[in-house]
Ligand binder design. Structure first.
Ligand SMILES: *[C@@H]1O[C@H](CO)[C@@H](O)[C@H](O)[C@H]1NC(C)=O
Ligand SMILES: *[C@@H]1O[C@H](CO)[C@@H](O)[C@H](O)[C@H]1NC(C)=O
Ligand SMILES: *[C@@H]1O[C@H](CO)[C@@H](O)[C@H](O)[C@H]1NC(C)=O
Ligand SMILES: *[C@@H]1O[C@H](CO)[C@@H](O)[C@H](O)[C@H]1NC(C)=O
Ligand SMILES: *[C@@H]1O[C@H](CO)[C@@H](O)[C@H](O)[C@H]1NC(C)=O
Ligand SMILES: *[C@@H]1O[C@H](CO)[C@@H](O)[C@H](O)[C@H]1NC(C)=O
Ligand SMILES: *[C@@H]1O[C@H](CO)[C@@H](O)[C@H](O)[C@H]1NC(C)=O
Ligand SMILES: *[C@@H]1O[C@H](CO)[C@@H](O)[C@H](O)[C@H]1NC(C)=O
Length: 364
C-alpha cells in the first residue's frame, strides 16, 4: 500500500513539474511525459489493492476495493466490526439449518457493507453465527452509541416471523426465537482501553484489563510498585540483596522499587529460616502480588533465622564434652591438690612434733 502511494507521489511530482516547465525547445518531450504520467495516475486511482471496475479513456469512475478498504479510491481504512447473532431455539432441535445467504442479505442491507458470516455453531438450543463487517471510520455511525442502537434495531427487526422464516425457511418452527447481537468492541477498535491494557469483549459491552504488573480500571493503568520499608523485616543474622526482575543485583536500591523486584534475605551460615520448612536458608520475596498482599504488595511473611539442628547438636555436644573435660580436669586438679595437701599436711605434723619435742627439751 505504502509503495503504491509513494509511486503515485512521484508521478504527481513529475506531473506538477512538467506543468510548470517553461515553454522551451524541450516542450515536446515534456508534453509526452505529461501524457504518460497522466495515464499512470489514472491507472493508480484505485489504492490499497483496489481494482478499477469502470475505466473510460483512462478515467476510473468506480473502484472495487479489497476487504477492509473503502471510499471512491479505496483510500479509507475501514473499521472492522465482529459480532455474533444467536438464535435461541425454544424447541430441542439438535440440527438447525440456517440460510446464511438470506441472513447475509439482511445484514448487508443493515450494515451497508460486506458481511462475512461463519457457519452456524449449534450448542444445545443455541445457534450462534459470527459475522465480520466493515464500516467507514468517518461515518457518523461508527460510535459506541450507534453500535448499541444498531444492536437494538437489529434485534427488533430480526425477531419477527418474516425474518425467522427467511433465515430458517418458511416451514421452520423457530418463529419465537430471540436474537442476541453483540458487537466485538475489541476487534473493532470501538473501545477506549488504555495502551497498557487488553480489551476483553463482553456481551454486551467490553472490559479493559490492565497488563500484568499494572493496576487500574483499564482506562487508566498504573505500574505496581513496592515500598522497601513495607517488606517483611530483615531477620537479624541475615543479609539482604535486591535483584532486578532479570536476576541481576540492584545496587543502591531506592525505597520504591518496581514490579517483580526480588528481595533475598540469606541467613548466616548454619542458620535456617523459621517457620519456612526444609532447611531453607534464604527468603525470597517478590514485588507484585497485588492485590493479594494489598498492604505491602510483597509476597512472603516475617521470618527469623534459627540455628540449624545439626549445628545446635554439635554445639551441645561440644559444650557437653567441654564440660566433661572441665569436670575431669577439675577432678584431676582437685585430687592432685588433695593429695598434695594431704602430703603437705603430713610433713607439717612431723615438724610440729619435732618442735614440740624440742620445746619439751628446752622446757625441762
Ligand atoms: C461507467 O462509467 C461511465 C462514465 O462514467 C458511465 O456512463 C457508465 O454507466 C458506467 N458503467 C458502469 C457499469 O458503472
Ligand atoms: C434433544 O434431542 C436429542 C436428540 O434428539 C437428545 O439426545 C437430547 O437428550 C435432547 N435434549 C433435551 C434437553 O431434551
Ligand atoms: C435462502 O435464502 C435465499 C434468499 O432469501 C433464497 O433465494 C434461497 O432459496 C434460500 N435457500 C434455501 C435452501 O432455502
Ligand atoms: C450506505 O451506502 C450508501 C451508498 O454507498 C450511502 O449513500 C449511505 O449513506 C450509506 N448509509 C450508511 C448508514 O452508511
Ligand atoms: C431447549 O428448549 C427447551 C424448551 O424451552 C428446554 O426445555 C430445554 O431445556 C432447552 N435445552 C437447552 C439445552 O437449553
Ligand atoms: C476522516 O476524519 C478525519 C478527522 O476527523 C480527517 O482527518 C480525515 O481526512 C477523514 N478521512 C476521510 C477519508 O474523510
Ligand atoms: C502497592 O502498589 C500500588 C500500585 O502500584 C501502590 O499504589 C501502593 O503504594 C503499593 N503499596 C505499597 C505498600 O508499596
Ligand atoms: C537487568 O535489568 C536492569 C534494569 O532494567 C538493567 O540495567 C540491566 O542491564 C539488566 N541486566 C541484564 C544482564 O540484562
Amino acid at each position: 500500500m505504502r509503495n503504491k502511494a509513494s509511486i503515485t507521489g512521484v508521478f504527481m511530482l513529475l506531473y506538477i513539474s512538467s506543468c510548470v516547465a517553461p515553454n522551451t525547445s524541450a516542450a515536446i518531450t515534456t508534453t509526452a511525459t505529461t501524457f504518460e504520467t497522466t495515464l499512470a495516475i489514472m491507472e493508480n486511482q484505485c489504492l490499497n489493492g483496489g481494482t478499477c471496475l469502470n475505466s473510460t479513456l483512462g478515467t476510473c469512475s468506480r473502484c472495487g476495493c479489497i476487504l477492509g478498504y473503502g471510499g471512491s479510491t479505496c483510500a479509507t481504512l475501514l473499521v472492522r466490526i465482529d459480532g455474533t447473532l444467536s438464535f435461541n431455539d425454544l424447541f430441542n432441535v439438535s440440527t438447525i439449518v440456517v440460510n446464511t445467504t438470506a441472513l447475509q442479505r439482511l445484514l448487508n442491507d443493515d450494515l451497508n457493507t460486506t458481511v462475512i458470516l461463519t457457519s452456524p455453531v449449534v450448542n444445545g438450543n443455541l445457534t450462534t453465527i459470527s459475522y465480520t463487517t466493515y464500516a467507514n471510520p468517518n461515518s457518523s455511525w461508527v460510535t459506541p452509541n450507534y453500535v448499541n442502537d444498531l444492536v437494538a434495531g437489529l434485534r427488533l427487526k430480526y425477531a419477527t416471523p418474516a425474518v425467522i422464516h427467511a433465515v430458517f425457511g418458511p416451514s421452520s418452527r423457530h418463529a419465537l426465537n430471540t436474537f442476541i447481537i453483540d458487537v466485538d468492541e475489541c476487534k473493532s477498535g470501538l473501545n477506549n482501553c488504555n495502551s497498557l491494557s487488553t480489551c476483553v469483549n463482553l456481551s454486551p459491552g467490553f472490559r479493559c484489563k490492565c497488563f500484568t504488573g499494572y493496576v487500574g480500571d483499564g482506562m487508566t493503568c498504573t505500574a505496581i510498585t513496592c515500598k522497601q520499608s513495607a517488606a517483611p523485616i530483615k531477620p537479624s543474622l541475615a543479609t539482604k540483596t535486591v535483584y532486578y526482575p532479570n536476576n541481576t543485583v540492584m545496587l543502591n536500591p531506592s525505597e520504591i522499587v518496581g514490579y517483580q523486584t526480588v528481595i533475598r534475605y540469606t541467613c548466616s551460615k548454619r542458620y535456617s529460616l523459621h517457620p519456612v520448612s526444609g532447611g531453607t536458608s534464604a527468603l525470597i520475596i517478590a514485588c507484585g502480588s497485588f492485590p493479594k498482599y494489598k498492604n505491602t504488595n510483597w509476597s512472603g511473611v516475617e521470618v527469623t533465622c534459627n540455628m540449624d539442628l545439626a549445628f545446635r547438636v554439635a554445639i551441645i555436644a561440644a559444650a557437653v564434652s567441654g564440660l566433661i573435660i572441665v569436670l575431669m580436669l577439675g577432678c584431676f586438679i582437685t585430687q592432685w591438690c588433695l593429695k598434695r595437701e594431704r602430703k603437705a599436711r603430713g610433713n607439717s605434723n612431723n615438724d610440729e612434733e619435732v618442735l614440740q619435742f624440742e620445746n619439751h627439751v628446752f622446757d625441762d
